[in-house]
Design a protein around this ligand. Structure first.
Ligand SMILES: NC(=O)c1ccc[n+]([C@@H]2O[C@H](COP(=O)([O-])OP(=O)(O)OC[C@H]3O[C@@H](n4cnc5c(N)ncnc54)[C@H](OP(=O)(O)O)[C@@H]3O)[C@@H](O)[C@H]2O)c1
Length: 484
């Protein structure tokens, strides 16, 4: 199978915060891989912009080192790196002042696509938008890319949206949720809407429940003070998990385009019911030998911020009424894995005598570490001895199914940046989606604060607090094991 790389049109991409962690760890190494694949035209330019007083040569050296550290296998390609860095430029710019803006204006080409990546703290978004406008660097065709966190509640998200809307149309704004750039997420839409097989079963008549798990093995060490102001609900649920929930639950858009897809996702968020406090479990990881506890990492011995959350949600519409959606995410868990699991209902009656085991079809969609889709089906155990049934997976692990081409598929950031250049907003969050997600999340967080809710403790390397298990056990269900 040959993967097709379609080069994008000529572009100038300005990365505000081009010297920062995200730019060096993800954005530039990702662009380098697109360059190697032939997707980035040779005349295109990436312009780093930040306050640091370095020149373009200094920036090229910084990015050589970043690619060596974060570029993966491709970092061995010394010639490729040299060619790529020739397309890099740097301008010292202060978002809050006037330094560098005139120089930036004279550097950016207006006869090519121009995109501005705000890889800086959200508090600088307004200043950047205003100066891009004042210095006439961005116009009605420019693209603006913003990173999470997009607000910390509804009010701050509305304020950010309003700031951007002062100078840019919604059709120019690309809000990144890198989960949406994952190959499997798009495959989820292909599986749902490209096959006749699943659609008739995709509802409360046949689906027993759905689980969404995003588990991490790392703690919050290093960025504990930042994380402590956020917690799992703001950091993961409000964006990544809710986006996955939308994709699994939404109706078929009338076509695969940005607004049609985003309209359907928005309807799901609006149909989400308020969550009963008894249906949410929060947790904080304990210390384990030399490994510090969450509170040690957060440097606050009395912190009530959650490093784990599990919840049971319901979507009030005809398709999903009565079907529980269980979501959980946490740090310092047993394994690093992201998975969506659709558990279908039991057969009403078994015709096979002696077969008392419960057989269920389960569709599991893995986002990481290995992207792929599995369908558990029931078959006859091979060999003599009567009709014994066993459950086996139909495995669509991409690495097996697609061979070496699976490794060539771009990672989430690469894909999303190329979508920005192409002007395709389908995999980006629209402003009203983000606001609706906060409108659902805010009362949950406010409830915890009002009740002074204290998170349960859980062991490092476990599946989270015992109460999270009970969330399903008391309804006769169980979580999928957290494993890679
Ligand atoms: N790192 C990640 O993995 C990650 C993941 C998801 C989202 N994000 C978000 O992405 C954004 C950037 O994160 P980061 O980790 O890269 O942060 P960072 O390492 O602190 O980098 C911040 C960047 O902003 C520049 N900067 C700061 N003040 C400036 C000003 N007044 N004018 C111009 N440039 C200025 C800094 O360079 P100078 O000091 O030289 O000006 C630096 O390049 C944040 O909003 C973060 O929440 C990051």
């Amino acid at each position: 199978m040959v993967s097709r790389v379609i080069p994008v049109d000529d572009f100038d991409l300005v990365i505000f915060g081009g010297t920062g962690d995200l730019a060096r760890r993800k954005i530039l190494p990702g662009l380098f891989r697109r360059f190697l694949s032939g997707q980035m035209p040779e005349t295109s330019r990436v312009i780093g912009a930040a306050r640091s007083e370095i020149d373009s040569d200094g920036y090229r050296q910084m990015i050589r080192e970043a690619i060596a550290e974060f570029g993966g296998a491709e970092a061995q390609d010394a010639d490729g790196i040299e060619q790529f860095v020739q397309q890099l430029h740097y301008i010292p710019v202060d978002a809050m002042g006037d330094d560098g803006w005139k120089e930036l204006h004279s550097l950016v080409r207006f006869d090519a696509i121009n995109a501005f990546y705000f890889s800086v703290a959200p508090s600088l978004f307004g200043a950047l938008a205003e100066r891009l406008h004042t210095y006439k660097i961005a116009d009605g065709d420019s693209r603006i890319v913003v990173e999470k966190p997009f607000g910390r509640d509804l009010a701050s998200a509305e304020a950010l949206n309003a700031t951007l809307a002062e100078h840019f149309d919604e059709s120019q704004v690309y809000r990144i949720d890198h989960y949406l750039g994952k190959e499997t997420v798009q495959n989820l839409m292909a599986v749902r809407f490209g096959n006749v097989l699943f659609e008739p079963l995709w509802n409360n008549h046949y689906v027993d429940h759905i689980q969404i798990t995003v588990a991490e093995t790392v703690g919050v060490g290093g960025r504990g003070a930042y994380y402590d102001k956020s917690g799992a609900m703001r950091d993961m649920v409000q964006n990544h998990l809710m986006q996955l929930l939308c994709l699994i639950a939404m109706e078929a858009p009338h076509q695969f385009d940005a607004d049609a897809v985003r309209d359907e996702k928005l309807k799901v968020i609006r149909a989400l019911q308020p969550v009963d406090p008894h249906h949410i479990v929060r947790g904080q990881y304990d210390a384990d030998g030399d490994h510090p506890s969450y509170r040690d990492d957060a440097e606050d011995p009395r912190s009530h911020t959650e490093s784990f959350v599990a919840m049971r949600c319901e979507i009030a519409n005809w398709r999903w009424a009565g079907v529980p959606f269980y979501m959980r995410t946490g740090k310092k868990l047993r394994a690093r894995t992201s998975e969506i699991v659709v558990v279908f209902k039991d057969l009403g009656h078994s015709i096979f005598p002696g077969d008392e085991k419960r057989h269920r079809n389960i569709l599991s969609i893995q986002l990481q570490p290995n992207e792929g889709i599995q369908l558990q089906v029931t078959i006859k155990e091979p060999g003599p001895g009567g009709m014994r049934l066993i459950d086996v997976p139909l495995d669509m692990t991409f690495a097996d199914a697609l061979g070496p081409d699976a490794d060539d598929s771009p990672d989430a950031y690469e894909r999303l940046i190329m979508d920005v250049i192409r002007g395709n907003q389908t995999l980006f969050m629209r402003g009203d989606e983000v606001e609706a997600a906060w409108a659902w999340t805010d009362p949950i967080i406010e409830g915890w604060q009002a009740r002074n809710d204290v998170p349960k403790h859980y062991e490092q390397g476990s599946s989270g607090p015992e109460d999270a298990m009970m969330l399903l056990h008391r309804e006769g269900r169980k979580w999928r094991e957290i494993r890679e």
